[in-house]
Design a binder for this molecule. Sequence first.
Ligand SMILES: Cc1cc2nc3c(=O)[nH]c(=O)nc-3n(C[C@H](O)[C@H](O)[C@H](O)COP(=O)(O)O)c2cc1C
Ligand code: SF4
Ligand code: SF4
Length: 255
Amino acid sequence: MIFYFSGTGNSLYAARLLANELNDTVISIPECINSNKFKFELKDSEKVGIVTPVYFYGLPSIVEDFLDKADFTKSSLIYLVVTFGSFTANTGPNAQKYLSEKGLSLDYIFSIHMPENYVPLFKVPSKETCQSLIANAKNSVVDIAKILNENPPGDYDTHKGRFPSAVSSLCRMIYKKGMTTKKFWVDDSCTGCRLCERICPSNVILFHDGKPCWSKETCPRCLACLHRCPSSAIQFGHFTKKKDRYVNPNVEFDL
Ligand SMILES: Cc1cc2nc3c(=O)[nH]c(=O)nc-3n(C[C@H](O)[C@H](O)[C@H](O)COP(=O)(O)O)c2cc1C
Ligand code: SF4
Ligand code: SF4
């Protein structure tokens, strides 16, 4: 089983490719959470994969929530594949520590460089760069499947960057304190199509007077609403209005 979380499609793309390589199935983490499904029938020695983006040099809060409740007792191996835009810092080792505190082991750690989607701070790379990253990602998935089948467990993430431990500690604090939805707003180009309401993995967006409202104080900040709005009407703070939006061009979303 391969559990995935994805805001803009990179991790979904990687999860689907990996499932194809390993003859496995993908399962959406938000769907598990929303249907209260945390117990899974695993075959003996079945591998369990977690595929997720890196958020603030660690796991998205929604993935942590899922791992807190998930029951993988019969699984022989758990592996983590993170997709990221710049580098990963201590995402893998921190996830390993986090899982071991819950009595789970994290045996393999992998990372895949993908297009950056954190537009409140950065720009989406050019179309050419995105295409080249996505093409390389395909090769990385083949390598990961090979390692999972042939190599011993280990940390295979080679994209940690400098001072990974310090970077992750600092940025995790910022993430946990700053998950507020207060900075989201919608401009006049909103057509009221309600796509943002349907796709929000944490059911944060509700409609009021024909416009979306962020009904909870915090959210995982996946930016699915912002990037997938057909009118680019959703903004975060002051710096996203002129920025391009990004969705992995090779992915068709189920929702
Ligand atoms: C809230 C948020 C935080 C992010 N933090 C990081 C980060 O710490 N390091 C990094 O390399 N990329 C970071 N990114 C970029 C994503 O990890 C990257 O674009 C990822 O492939 C997106 O995956 P998805 O399309 O499956 O959502 C962040 C993106 C978001 C939305
Ligand atoms: S997806 Fe965009 S256009 Fe559609 S309702 Fe949401 S903000 Fe408005
Ligand atoms: S409100 Fe937007 S950023 Fe927050 S979880 Fe929902 S889709 Fe993601």
